[in-house]
Design a protein around this ligand. Structure first.
Ligand code: PEP
Ligand code: MG
Length: 535
């Protein structure tokens, strides 16, 4: 048997995984033919024809649903089909598109106007129809979002140039498996997802040839990939193994050696990761909501978002959950985003994008306001640079809360805080009077402070750390007693813990897999970051 071929790579997520190779095609915009049932150009949003196709798909789904149902359900479905076929709906949507609205938001605005009319009707029977329209609004949005990109077999090792976050999130990792990328980045979003889910991953292998199904081993500890065509590699490790060494799994919050309590929360990307919230966790310090939407059509779907947030809040119970508004744009593209007229040229990211495209922000604000009644929700704004951005978003929340109030929909105004991940904000933190709390995002902070690209921050992180720590220490003082936490990757690296404690940080939010290591490091240090006696 041929000698195994061992290729040097960079570790992006620790652990070892073996399995048959799945050779991915180069990422490209999937065509309609590759994604049966999807509206043409749906991921790129498309024009009116994409909407027509999505409506046809929805009618087909409804007709299928109607088969064999009782007479009452049939009536509702017939009414929905009738509305979908109603030319005035199509015309109103078309008119909005002519006025330069994107197809997704033209559809949402048309249907919302219809829902509003029904809700305001005098007759009870008419008002009851509003929910049927809401249902078809979302069904068509689902069809516009299209069917997900084909998954790959559970337990296999994904081999390719790069991987899309939505592909990672759609895959079932409970059967094991790993990722080996020819290119990729250890600081990229898929690497972040892989670390959070303890999926072994290596990047930068360079292009190598392998055959689909060949046994491959990803060594995320040493940073290597091993190929053995026609041979057997050692069996895969149990999936999603947590690193050993959690010496304090009791329900109590960790304390430093000199007795200062430290809050340890988790970051979640996939809503399913909320299952990692055990009694030893203070709550969710960061939920990256952008990983719950895969297209602009999802971003326009209030009910879908509400269901996701509600599930997370209910599972968290009485523990606080910080959901960050969509951090999209820039290096976090969302399918269909570039087609939105306000965004094509300037390419803003985070809160600037949300303010430039308020339809997206308004949908999410309503979903968050409605979700807030189900738990201890706080909302966090991404990539804030100037204080007026927080003020404007708070105003948007107030307007949406008022609208929900007029419609008698249960909602609650959550505290609204901000990420501190842009140096201009960190330096001026005392001027952000309307932010309820701050959370340091050291991934972007390091990138912008060291003039790196996100893909290079790993190389620069060590050298930039003293500058980042100095900035954090100053910013904690400027926060003047408002709650502060840190949710960037630096929080999950025990080697930075002494510096972070010395900077005054007492609340750390880390990927679930990093929690045991940080927990043990906390108890070996004093609150000023010095090593405890005897350690
Ligand atoms: C950060 O920048 O540190 C952060 C937590 O945000 P993200 O990694 O999602 O950009
Ligand atoms: Mg960030």
């Amino acid at each position: 048997m041929a000698e195994p071929l061992r290729l040097k790579a960079k570790s992006a997520s620790p652990g070892i995984a073996s399995g048959p190779a799945f050779l991915a095609e180069e990422p490209k915009a999937p065509s309609a033919a590759e994604r049966p049932g999807a509206a043409p150009a749906s991921r790129a949003v498309g024009g009116y024809s994409a909407l027509e196709k999505a409506i046809d798909i929805s009618i087909g789904e409804l007709e299928h649903l109607a088969e064999g149902t009782d007479a009452e359900s049939r009536d509702i479905i017939d009414f929905q089909i009738e509305v979908l076929r109603d030319p005035t709906i199509a015309e109103a949507t078309g008119a909005r598109m002519q006025a330069d609205e994107n197809v997704v938001f033209a559809w949402v605005a048309t249907l919302d106007a219809y829902i509003g009319e029904l809700e305001a009707a005098d007759e009870e029977q008419m008002r009851a129809r509003a929910v049927d329209i809401l249902d078809i609004k979302n069904r068509v949005l689902g069809a516009l979002a299209g069917t997900p990109i084909a998954d790959f077999p559970p337990g296999s090792v994904f081999v390719g140039k790069d991987m899309e976050p939505s592909r990672f999130l759609a895959h079932d990792w409970s059967k094991g498996g790993g990722i080996a990328l020819f290119a990729g980045s250890t600081a990229g979003h898929v690497a972040l997802l892989a670390r959070a889910k303890s999926v072994p991953m290596v990047v930068g292998t360079g292009r190598f040839s392998a055959v689909d199904g060949d046994p491959v081993r990803v060594d995320g500890d040493a940073g290597a990939v091993v190929l053995q065509a026609g041979g057997m590699l050692s069996p895969p490790l149990a999936p999603a193994q947590m690193p050993a060494g959690d010496t304090q799994t009791s329900g109590s919050e960790p304390r430093t050696a000199d007795g200062v309590p430290i809050l340890l929360s988790i970051n979640i990307n996939d809503p399913a990761e909320i299952d990692a919230l055990d009694p030893a966790t203070a709550g969710v310090g960061l939920m990256r909501s952008e990983f719950s939407v895969t297209s602009v059509a999802d971003a326009a779907n209030e009910e879908r978002q509400l269901a996701i947030y509600r599930r997370v809040l209910e599972q968290a119970g009485d523990r606080p959950v910080i959901i960050r508004m969509l951090d999209i744009g820039g290096d976090k593209p969302l399918a269909g985003l570039a087609d939105l007229p306000a965004l094509s040229a300037s390419g803003p990211r985070g809160i600037r994008l949300l303010l430039a495209q308020p339809e997206i922000a308004r949908v999410q604000a309503r979903a968050l306001l409605r979700a807030a009644v189900f738990g201890r929700l706080s909302v966090m704004l991404p990539m804030v640079t100037f204080p007026d951005e927080v003020d404007r978003m708070r105003e948007l929340f107030r307007e949406e809360a008022e609208k929900l109030g007029r419609r008698a929909m249960p909602h609650r105004m959550p505290p609204i805080g901000m990420m501190v991940e842009v140096p201009a904000a960190a330096l001026m933190l005392d001027t952000f009077g309307s932010a309820a709390f701050f959370s340091f995002g050291t991934n972007d902070l390091t990138q912008y402070l060291a003039a790196s690209t996100r893909d290079d921050i790993e190389a620069d992180a060590g050298k930039a750390a003293p500058a980042v720590l100095r900035l954090l220490a100053q910013a904690v003082k400027l926060a003047a007693g408002k709650p502060v936490s840190i949710c960037g990757d630096m929080a999950g690296n025990p080697s930075y813990l002494p510096g972070l404690l010395a900077a005054g940080l007492r609340h750390f939010s880390v990927a679930p897999a990093r929690r045991p290591a940080i927990r043990s490091a906390i108890i070996g240090l004093n609150a000023d970051g010095t090593r405890a006696a005897g350690e």
